[in-house]
Design a protein around this ligand. Structure first.
Ligand SMILES: O=C(O)C(=O)C[C@]1(C(=O)O)C=C[C@@H](O)C=C1
Length: 359
C-alpha cells in the first residue's frame, strides 16, 4: 500500500469530523445569538462566564492536545460567538504590533476590532468617552516592575477593571538589513524593553551604539525600518508588520519575562469562582499607617498578590498603595476586610474585581 493510501482513511475521518465541528460551532453561534437577543442593549461581554468556559474546557481535556492549546481554540470560538451578538472594539497602546495589542488579541480573540492609541492615557479616554468598549493597559512586568503611568491613571479613572491578561514577553533584535554591528548608530526600544535586555545589549553592541527610548516597541520597529543604520528591540508581530530581519531572538535577560495587563470597561463583573480584586488605597501620614493598611487582609486570611506604593500626586511625601488581593469584592471575607480597611485609610477605591487570567 502506498503512503498516500494509508493516509486516506484518516483523512476521510478528519473530513467527517471537520463537518461535525463546523456544524457544532454554528449551533453554538446560534445559541450565542439567542443570548445576545435576550441581553438586548445590555452588556454582551461576560468575563466571568468566559473564564468559567475556558477553565471547564481545560478540566475536561484528556488530550492529546495540550490544555493551553484547547483553551486558545475555545478562546477564538467564543470571540466569534460574541461577535455574532455584537462585535467589540478594544483600545490599546499602539502602534500596531505592540505587546499590548497582542495582549488584547489573546484576551478577546481575533474577532474583536482593536484601535491603536498613541498613549495609555488616550486608550483609557477612548473607553471613558464610549468610543471603544474596553481598554487593555499594561500594569506590571516581572523584570521591570510596575508601569507607573497606568497605575497613576487607575487612581482617577471611572472605568472598572473586569479582566487581566498575562503575556510572556519575548524581545527580538531587528534590523532592515543584516549588516555588521559596526554599521549601527542607534537602537530604538521602549524604555522597559531597553531595561529588560540590558545585559544582551552590553554584551553584543559596541559602546558607540546609542540606546534611544521611544513610546513603544512597535514604534521602535517602525523607526528601524526607515534607516539601515538603526535597529529595534520589538516583538515578532512588529518584525512582521515592518518587514524587519530578526538578527537575534529572545534577547530578554530574564527567560520568564512576563507582563500583566488589566482590561477596563464600564461594567462590574460578578464572581467567577477564582477572582482577584484591585484596590487603590490612600494612607494617612502617621506611624503604623502601613501596618494598619495590611492588617485587615491578614485578619481575614486574604492573600495579597500585589502591593506597590507610589507618591501621591496630591500631597508631598504622601503615598497611595496599589493592592491586589485574591477573591472577589462581593465575597463576604473581602467585604469584611474592606470595612476594616476603610476605618484606617484616607480613601479606598475598588478598581475592579475580575477572573484570574485563564490563558
Ligand atoms: O454566555 C453568554 O453570556 C454568552 O454571551 C456566550 C459567550 C460564549 O460564547 O460562550 C459569548 C460571550 C460572552 O462574553 C460569554 C460567553
Amino acid at each position: 500500500m502506498s503512503d498516500d493510501s494509508k493516509l486516506l482513511p484518516h483523512r476521510q475521518a478528519i473530513d467527517s469530523i471537520d463537518k461535525q465541528i463546523l456544524d457544532l460551532m454554528n449551533e453554538r453561534a446560534k445559541h450565542a445569538r439567542a443570548i445576545g437577543e435576550l441581553k438586548g442593549t445590555g452588556v454582551v461581554y461576560r468575563p466571568e462566564r468566559e473564564a468559567q468556559v475556558l477553565r471547564r474546557i481545560k478540566d475536561l481535556n484528556i488530550g492529546p492536545l495540550p490544555d493551553e492549546a484547547v483553551a486558545r481554540l475555545f478562546r477564538e470560538i467564543m470571540s466569534e460567538c460574541l461577535a455574532v451578538e455584537r462585535p467589540l472594539t478594544i483600545a490599546y497602546l499602539g502602534p500596531e504590533g505592540t505587546f499590548t495589542q497582542l495582549a488584547a488579541m489573546k484576551h478577546f480573540g481575533h474577532a474583536a476590532h482593536t484601535v491603536s492609541c498613541l498613549t495609555v492615557d488616550e486608550s483609557l479616554r477612548l473607553v471613558e468617552a464610549r468610543q471603544a468598549d474596553y481598554v487593555v493597559a499594561p500594569v506590571e512586568n516581572s523584570t521591570e516592575g510596575s508601569v507607573g503611568r497606568t497605575l497613576d491613571l487607575l487612581v482617577a479613572t471611572p472605568l472598572q477593571a473586569c479582566g487581566e491578561v498575562v503575556l510572556r514577553i519575548h524581545h527580538h533584535f531587528l534590523r532592515s538589513q543584516a549588516v555588521d554591528f559596526s554599521e549601527l548608530d542607534m537602537v530604538y526600544a521602549h524604555a522597559q524593553a531597553l531595561a529588560q535586555c540590558q545585559h544582551w545589549l552590553t554584551k553584543h553592541l559596541p559602546d558607540t551604539v546609542k540606546r534611544v527610548a521611544v513610546s513603544s516597541n512597535a514604534e521602535a520597529a517602525r523607526l528601524a525600518a526607515q534607516n539601515p543604520r538603526t535597529a529595534a528591540i520589538a516583538s515578532q508581530a512588529a518584525a512582521e508588520i515592518y518587514a524587519l530581519n530578526k538578527i537575534a531572538s529572545n534577547i530578554e535577560d530574564e527567560p520568564n519575562n512576563t507582563t500583566r495587563f488589566l482590561v477596563l470597561g464600564h461594567q462590574e463583573t460578578t464572581p467567577s469562582g477564582q477572582d482577584k480584586t484591585s484596590l487603590v488605597v490612600g494612607a494617612p501620614h502617621r506611624v503604623g499607617s502601613l501596618h494598619n493598611i495590611i492588617a485587615p487582609f491578614m485578619q481575614m486570611g486574604i492573600s495579597m498578590t500585589k502591593f506597590e506604593s507610589r507618591p501621591s500626586k496630591a500631597n508631598l511625601w504622601e503615598y497611595v498603595f496599589f493592592i491586589d488581593i485574591e477573591g472577589h469584592v462581593l465575597d463576604e471575607k473581602v467585604q469584611a476586610a474592606l470595612t476594616l480597611l476603610r476605618e484606617q485609610a484616607v480613601f479606598v477605591k475598588v478598581v475592579g474585581a475580575y477572573p484570574v487570567a485563564v490563558l
